[in-house]
Write a protein that binds this ligand. Structure first.
Ligand code: ATP
Ligand code: MG
Length: 409
């Protein structure tokens, strides 16, 4: 969830979180996902809580479930507060002994934090209705006196941010294949939001808000800053600028005009983080490298120098053409002019094609050579390179014509 410009930018107005009926919708991958049809347009707290299909869970139950919010139950901390691991009975939602029943993640609002009741309610507003394999499941909430808590399905592998940036001998870096899978999952989650009958703009899409289950299936979290997209003939929603520094689109920062293309820009930043293993903003790097997008942009436009951007820990796992395609996708999403950014369905299609060609390369069925960061080629095993032509036909990616994009001019 979002905070202010130290590394976050925020303020939210729930009165603007116009909330209309959201019926079943399709994401870019064709997965049918559901959100309950809302007969009314709830706006007040009472209406939202009544219509959200979530369980209200008492504070004492959550206290027991997390063993009195024990410090060693903490899964992480964010702008909203701390997140605790807990256990409840799946059917009765009553606290169970640690290690038995269903594992949950309990997010507890920190009264002194940047975020508050509005973000708590906005999260319930959206996640109470939207359901998709690539959105984290909100199980319930607690509203009691000053207490505001949210109860989620537990995501055993935590956030992608932790996997990408936590260094240590015991931390295995995510492989190229896993990174591409996570990017695709996250893109499907965003596509679902953008394609919903009433479009939803996430507004705080970042690596910390991509959670991973035990099989590295990725799900989007933190809808506290989300907004309904423009309706009718409106081109944008006017808002105060909020989100996280380093991820927000330039036109949104400059004008407060919010469109789904703002999420696409944020996706481009996250995708670049995944390719490079570098944070969107990293003040610990040498000057000139603090801002990932500014640093990487010149390399991304160059066919060979693009390898300079790729995370050295991925050495030998990708081909030159993969990196070029991935770099092109990042560049398109990061286009300064939002109209040159692809929509989320196009992003999903491109990532699906990239995933197919990666599988082919690993199987050795494609005329692709893995390369090192110096551009040296590592050949695929000869004996298995049989259906080269078939495979290469499949990899045609329909990017917008280079001439129509200033980045290629
Ligand atoms: N459902 C969950 N299952 C497992 N771990 C979770 C879950 N939700 C959050 N976490 C852990 O808690 C950490 C903090 O999450 P939180 O959403 O509060 O903050 P954030 O997204 O990291 O930061 P910010 O609030 O600044 O956006 C996450 O990085 C993750 O490691
Ligand atoms: Mg989060």
């Amino acid at each position: 969830m979002g905070v202010c410009w130290s590394n976050k930018i925020k303020s939210v107005s729930l009165s603007n979180t116009g909330f209309n009926s959201r019926s079943a919708s399709r994401d870019g991958s064709g997965v049918k996902a559901s959100s309950s049809s809302m007969p009314t347009t709830p706006r007040s707290e009472g209406e939202i809580l009544q219509s959200c299909n979530l369980n209200s869970i008492s504070f004492s139950e959550l206290k027991n479930a997390t063993r009195n919010f024990r410090p060693d139950s903490v899964l992480g901390d964010g702008g909203f507060g701390s997140v605790f691991k807990g256990w409840i009975d799946e059917n009765t939602l009553i606290a169970t002994k640690a290690g038995t029943g269903m594992v949950i993640a309990v997010k507890r609002l920190n009264q002194e934090g940047f975020q508050g009741h509005k973000e708590w309610l906005t999260e319930i507003n959206y996640l109470g209705q939207l359901q998709h394999p690539n959105l984290v499941k909100l199980i319930g909430y607690c509203l009691e006196d000053e207490h505001r808590l949210l109860v989620y399905e537990f995501m055993p592998k935590g956030s992608m941010e932790n996997h990408l940036f936590r260094r240590g001998t015991y931390v295995q870096p995510l492989s190229w294949t896993l990174r591409m899978k996570i990017a695709l999952d996250a893109a499907k989650g965003l596509a679902f939001l953008h394609n919903a009958e009433q479009q939803v703009i996430h507004r705080d899409f970042k690596s910390g808000n991509i959670l991973l289950d035990s099989n590295y299936n990725a799900k989007l979290s933190d809808f506290g800053l989300a907004r309904d997209g423009p309706t009718g003939d409106k081109s944008h929603v006017s808002t105060r600028v909020i989100g996280t520094q380093g991820y927000a689109a330039p036109e949104y920062l400059a004008t407060g005009h919010l469109t789904a293309k703002s999420d696409i820009y944020s996706f481009g930043v996250v995708f670049l983080e995944m390719l490079s293993g570098r944070r969107a903003i990293d003040k610990n790097r040498p000057s000139g490298e603090h801002n990932l997008v500014e640093w990487a942009r010149p390399y991304l436009t160059n066919k060979r120098r693009v390898l300079r951007v790729i995370d050295p820990r991925l050495e030998g796992q990708y081909s030159l053409s993969h990196t070029q395609k991935a770099a092109n996708l990042a560049l398109l999403c990061l286009s300064s002019d939002p109209k040159f950014r692809p929509d989320m369905n196009e992003v999903v299609t491109i990532l699906e094609q990239l995933q197919d060609t990666t599988k082919d390369m690993l199987k050795g069925t494609q005329n692709e050579h893995r390369v090192t960061s110096h551009g040296q080629s590592i050949a695929a095993p000869k004996s298995r390179r049989s259906s080269t032509d078939e495979a290469s036909k499949r990899v045609t990616v329909n990017y917008p014509r280079p001439s129509s994009n200033p980045l290629f001019a």
